[in-house]
Design a binder for this molecule. Sequence first.
Ligand code: NAD
Ligand code: DAU
Length: 352
Amino acid sequence: MSDSNKILITGGAGFIGSHLVRLMVDKYPNYHIYNLDALTYAGNLENLKAVENKDNYTFLHGDICDKNYLEEIFSKYQFDGVIHLAAESHVDRSIEDPDAFAITNVIGTLNLLNACKKHWLDLKDKRFYNVSTDEVYGSLGDTGLFSEDTSYDPRSPYSASKASADHFVRAYFHTYNLPIVISNCSNNYGPEQFPEKLIPLMINNIKKKIELPVYGEGTNVRDWLWVTDHAQAIDLIYHQGKTGETYNIGGNNEWTNIDLVKKLCAIMDQKLNREEGESEKLIRFVKDRAGHDKRYAIDASKIKNELGWEPSIAFDEGFEKTVDWYLHNEKWMEKIISGAYKAYYTKQYKNR
Ligand code: NAD
Ligand code: DAU
């Protein structure tokens, strides 16, 4: 697509956003990357230390729900493109507090679309990229894959809010010709993921010999993708994806939760010099997540055939790198657990 060079990335202090910001700041020294983030419990500027002093990077502390702030920064910086990741992202939290998800994920997205519509009088070389999830497609049985043509069937307040945002994004393309593109990705794993999510939560618990809460019978299936591969796919779609199109992104890497947790236990027994099988004894089957989607799996043939993207690293390699990162970055984890996250963390465990 374009040679747009003033790009607004929203949610750049979060897990995927920080990987994307670092990638783009380094790869495109001639671009200017603006990172708009409200620094909710999930935002962490430590993830951006590597780029914070770079000339082509600016952090903007603000909320996508604040229309006045959006007006101010769109007027001031005249962005050429937006890559939108800011969101409430955790399904369990959405079950407890759906409103927060509607406000940030739906209204926040709408505010950004309106700001683009107002400020992009010449639509040439502009792009609004909505980073979405495979959860909008609902839940699969034992077979089948989500393709770009699968009907939306969201089942959690989180996925309903992301589906709604996708619908608004497409509506702005059809109604106002806003040049948009959307991607729907499977579960990401890697360094700097907030430890409410399965993999970092289990790594932390195994290390501290805390029980490992596996929801239901542990038979739900997720398709795991290395986070840098997602960031690279976003970069590719932003530059080469076709306007108005959707691209599914996945790792072709399905695991039941219980097999994944057992694999993690085995790796960590080795790394922590524990007896084989020791960490597995920490596994506890707990009350299932309400409305727990059974299986997600992605058909990523469109992005492979049209843009040449494929996951770059094998799961064994990425998984081991992930475990090593969390083991070598104890302070990162402790800071989070002793801070804003603590109240939620404690509450969850009381309820189970
Ligand atoms: P995250 O929770 O780690 O980060 C979200 C970021 O958004 C945080 O930095 C937070 O401070 C910021 N934010 C939240 N509300 C905001 C607001 N109102 N204004 C400005 N900033 C705000 O999330 P993540 O896992 O990195 O996911 C990023 C995006 O990718 C989300 O849109 C999510 O739906 C999507 N996604 C995630 C995955 C995954 O596996 N994590 C997979 C597919 C798609
Ligand atoms: O599929 C993409 C989605 O993946 C993203 O859109 C979401 O933002 C992201 O959070 C993720 O959603 P999941 O609900 O799949 O991820 P989570 O890490 O919360 O859970 C993964 C699986 O593990 C899920 O089946 C629930 C289960 N689980 C989770 C936790 C936190 C447990 O069994 N125990 C747990 O303690």
